[in-house]
Design a protein around this ligand. Structure first.
Ligand code: G1P
Ligand code: ZN
Length: 548
């Protein structure tokens, strides 16, 4: 394409330090992204890393957080200047992460740019993020993010278009020379995909039967999606929604659906008069939390329960090809896979590692302990999909959420599980702790620990079974002879200091002990984690910031 015809401008720039994408794209304080040419450099580096984009379709959207609208304007102009033939943008620049994946796939786009810092707080003092998703609808593989990063180190110019703001408030197509910008309904295609997977008539019957639900969108992107799906298409009363109006600062909250940050929802689901079902999603709509009355489903259990009940959902009635979980996710789903006679893959943390397994048809469902569950319907985890899946299981089994999970534990045993996060710790101290653990790995096997013996200890490495790429240094695993596990890793999504995550897991086959409170059941492992890593002494923290 002749960029001159579009008045493309070539702006000189130079590399900016610290643009290495983490677990899910580049995340920084919004004030960093607001300083030109920080965003421009990263976007140009994405485009420079993409071969064959000329004349192709790019999808652009974000979770609506502060700076989303301005960033979209910058990206749309740069996409046109870089030769994309068609840019599809969600109205008002909105697309939830799973909806963006759905649109990329449905429209056979070349790829997409998603603006979000997921569950991190937004607003002028909050976080911002950007990532590139490929034509399969999934996060760019490591090879591509490495190439993007390499471009950020040598960038000398970026291309943009001299044009006034593009009107993103009205659906329709605008021509820019030979290229077009099309503003699309951010909800419709995603809602239609959901309708094709689940039995909406059965869900309508459930909601008409007096079954009560509460969905908390946490003032983030899922408000309009839940309104369309749960209220308009499935008939839930309008007051089933909480936090349904998206706000640029998420109402000052932390849009992370866990018992700490969605405490209001946990409260609303407590007591005799509470609704039957509660759920929440995060900033960009890919995470989920599922609650029953007086009952919280852990994400690891959720994945296992969905796998065990997938045959009840039309889209999965033919059976699952396989399942996958991230390494720190509990091994509950492994037991289901074994019972179903299907493979279970263990991948590094981050949704991008599921992409090749999904694309090659080796897995149908996958999930992470961090409130992410998904399937081959898109290439991102998907919050509302998980809600509809759970509602489908409740409807088909005619049981409460709690009864479904307790039945599951009785059948498969319970993987008692918790994650302890130490947020905002000194980066050097956190790195030192990991180095210390690595240095002890070889000496651990055979040692007594937490009432058992260390069976194996390693720094998790993964070889992708499809493309053979190897990812090393993905977290310290200490596996005990009784099946318990301790995992230590540093977050790749934080923006302040370092976040140490400690994952604790113990298998409890005895149903009589399934009622023991989680932290109590894990106490010996919590002590063992401290004695192995010296967390208190190294980080100055005597207790975690967040326990999930
Ligand atoms: C966290 C979660 C991880 C998830 C990622 C993006 O990454 O732990 O499972 O894929 O957010 O939502 P972390 O901060 O641990 O690197
Ligand atoms: Zn998210």
């Amino acid at each position: 394409m002749d960029t001159q015809a579009l008045n493309a401008a070539i702006r000189p720039t130079q590399p900016i330090a610290g643009q290495r994408p983490g677990t899910s794209g580049l995340r920084k304080k919004v004030t960093v992204f607001q300083q030109p040419p920080y965003l421009q450099n990263f976007v140009q580096s994405i485009f420079d890393a993409l071969d064959g984009k000329s004349g192709q379709t790019l999808v652009v959207g974000g979770d609506g957080r502060f700076f989303n609208d301005q960033a979209i304007q910058i990206i749309v102009r740069m996409a046109l200047a870089n030769g994309f033939g068609r840019v599809l943008v969600g109205r008002h620049g909105i697309l939830s992460t799973p909806a963006a994946s759905c649109v990329i796939r449905g429209r056979r786009a070349f790829g997409g740019i998603i603006l979000s810092a997921s569950h991190n707080p937004g607003g002028p003092e909050g976080d911002f993020g950007i990532k590139y998703n490929a034509g399969n609808g999934g996060p760019a593989p490591e090879k591509l993010t490495d190439a993007i990063y390499a471009h950020t180190l040598s960038i000398q110019r970026y291309l943009t278009l001299e044009t006034p703001e593009v009107d993103l408030s009205t659906l329709g197509t605008t021509a820019f020379g030979p290229a077009t910008v099309e503003v699309i309904d951010p909800v419709a295609e995603y809602a239609d995909l959901m309708a094709s997977l689940f039995d909406f008539a059965a869900l309508r019957r459930l909601l008409a039967s007096g079954f009560r639900l509460r969905f908390d969108a946490m003032h983030a992107v899922t408000g309009p999606y839940a309104q369309e799906l749960l209220v308009r298409r499935l008939g839930a009363p309008a007051d089933s929604m909480a936090g349904g109006t998206p706000l640029p600062d998420f109402g000052g909250g932390h849009p992370d659906p866990n018992p700490t940050y969605a405490a209001d929802l946990v409260q609303a689901l407590s007591g005799a008069g509470a609704p039957d079902f509660g759920a929440a999603s995060d900033g960009d709509g890919d995470r989920n939390m599922i609650l029953g009355r007086d009952f919280i489903v852990t994400p690891s259990d959720s994945l296992a329960v969905l796998a065990a009940n997938a045959h009840l959902v039309p889209a999965y009635a033919g059976g699952l090809a396989g399942v996958a979980r991230s390494m720190p996710t509990s091994m509950a789903v492994d037991r289901v896979a074994q019972a179903l006679g299907i493979p279970c893959f263990e991948t590094p943390t981050g949704w991008k590692y599921f992409g090749n397994l999904l694309d090659s048809g080796q897995i149908t469902l996958c999930g992470e302990e961090s409130a992410g569950t998904g399937s081959n319907h898109v290439r991102e985890k998907d919050g509302l999909w998980a809600v509809l899946f759970w509602l489908s299981v409740v409807a088909a089994r005619n049981q409460s959420v709690e009864a479904i999970v307790r039945d599951h534990w009785r059948r498969f045993g319970r993987n008692v599980y918790s994650r302890h996060d130490y947020e905002g710790v000194d980066s050097a101290a956190a790195a030192g702790l990991m180095t210390h653990l690595r240095s002890r790995l070889a000496s651990l096997p055979g040692q007594a620990l937490a009432g058992s013996t260390v069976a194996a200890a390693d720094d998790f490495a993964y070889t992708d079974p499809v493309d053979g790429s190897v990812s090393t240094g993905q977290g310290i695993r200490v596996v005990l002879a009784d099946g318990s596990r301790l995992v230590f890793r540093l977050s790749g999504t934080g923006t302040e200091g370092a976040t140490l995550r400690v994952y604790l897991e113990r298998f409890e086959p005895d149903a009589a002990r399934h009622g023991v409170p989680t932290q109590e059941a894990l106490a010996p492992l919590i002590d063992a984690a401290e004695s192995l890593a010296g967390i208190a002494q190294r980080t100055g923290r005597s207790s975690p910031t967040v326990v999930t």
